[in-house]
Design a binder for this molecule. Structure first.
Ligand SMILES: NC(=O)c1ccc[n+]([C@@H]2O[C@H](COP(=O)([O-])OP(=O)(O)OC[C@H]3O[C@@H](n4cnc5c(N)ncnc54)[C@H](OP(=O)(O)O)[C@@H]3O)[C@@H](O)[C@H]2O)c1
Length: 256
């Protein structure tokens, strides 16, 4: 798709890289010549994924929960010790569950906000302070969700992702003096492992409610990621790019 060696020599951290969209992003980064670090909570599955990806290039696994600031700092220290620097952070780890807003528990709300907003912030600030700011160089890419018209049926993640989108704009300006680009991708419904946790009835005929009449693929999200973290997009910062087959502009995807 892009030039071979586009990311040659780059050191990239992909959170949630063991499955779905994150896995495909990690595989694409490797295929363009980068060294990839991946993190996620399930160490066994993470190691298995990294082992498979190692056939394509240098891929390291370091397990951790993005909500645990001490662990996030350890991950930064591990990368520093091994590679000496980090060029690109892809904040992909996250998750949510469908629920009418009125039924979301205190714990459920906090779990989703902690994961999708706080965890993303811990990663972002830690990697910026450890690497990007001192290096005077870096790229951050946040995977959020389609929040264009709110997120009926998943208010917790809508609020968390809107927070990340706003953070993306703020940091694009504040950290421009350090030559840091920060952008976001807002996927619509992507055929990925993340969909497995949704009840099948929620996803029934979902393609019919998307203008392009299909789900997106993890490869399409990975290709957009590669573009945004590559030199091709070096004058783009503070932007959110939707990849949703037109879904944000038309109708409701989920019944709620
Ligand atoms: N698929 C879609 O249609 C869609 C649409 C919009 C947005 N998204 C978002 O895109 C991202 C990837 O989605 P996906 O479909 O590929 O889902 P997925 O397969 O469930 O991927 C989520 C990944 O994040 C990791 N993770 C979750 N919480 C974590 C935590 N606290 N610390 C570290 N790692 C954590 C998971 O691994 P562990 O369980 O091992 O931690 C997993 O590898 C997610 O943020 C998702 O919400 C997906």
């Amino acid at each position: 798709m892009f030039a071979q060696g586009l990311l040659e020599g780059k050191i990239i951290l992909v959170t949630g890289g063991r499955s779905g969209i994150g896995y495909k992003i990690a595989a694409s980064c490797l295929s363009y010549g980068a060294t990839v670090y991946m993190t996620s909570r399930n160490e066994e599955k993470l190691n298995k994924a990294a082992e498979k990806l190692s056939e394509m290039g240098t891929c390291y696994a370091i397990a951790g929960d993005i909500r645990n600031i001490e662990r996030v700092q350890e991950i930064a220290a591990y990368i520093k010790k091994k590679s000496g620097r980090l060029d690109i952070l892809v904040n992909n780890a996250g998750g949510q569950y469908p629920s009418p807003a009125k039924d979301i528990s205190y714990n459920g709300w906090n779990a989703v906000i902690n994961n999708n907003l706080n965890g993303t912030w811990y990663m972002t600030q830690t990697m910026a302070n450890t690497f990007f700011i001192p290096q005077n160089n870096g790229k951050i890419l946040n995977i959020i969700a389609n929040i264009y018209r709110g997120f009926p049926g998943m208010v917790h993640t809508g609020a968390a992702r809107a927070g990340v989108e706003n953070m993306t704009k703020t940091l694009a300006v504040e950290w421009s003096r350090y030559q840091i680009n920060i952008n976001a991708i807002a996927p619509g419904v992507i055929q990925s492992t993340g969909l497995e946790q949704y009840p099948p009835e929620l996803l029934k005929d979902v393609s019919d409610r998307i203008p392009l009449k299909r789900l997106g693929s993890t490869q399409e999200v990975a290709d957009l990621t590669i573009f945004l973290v590559s030199p091709m997009a070096s004058f783009i910062t503070g932007e959110t790019v939707y990849i949703d087959g037109g879904q944000r502009l038309w109708g409701d995807v989920f019944e709620f």
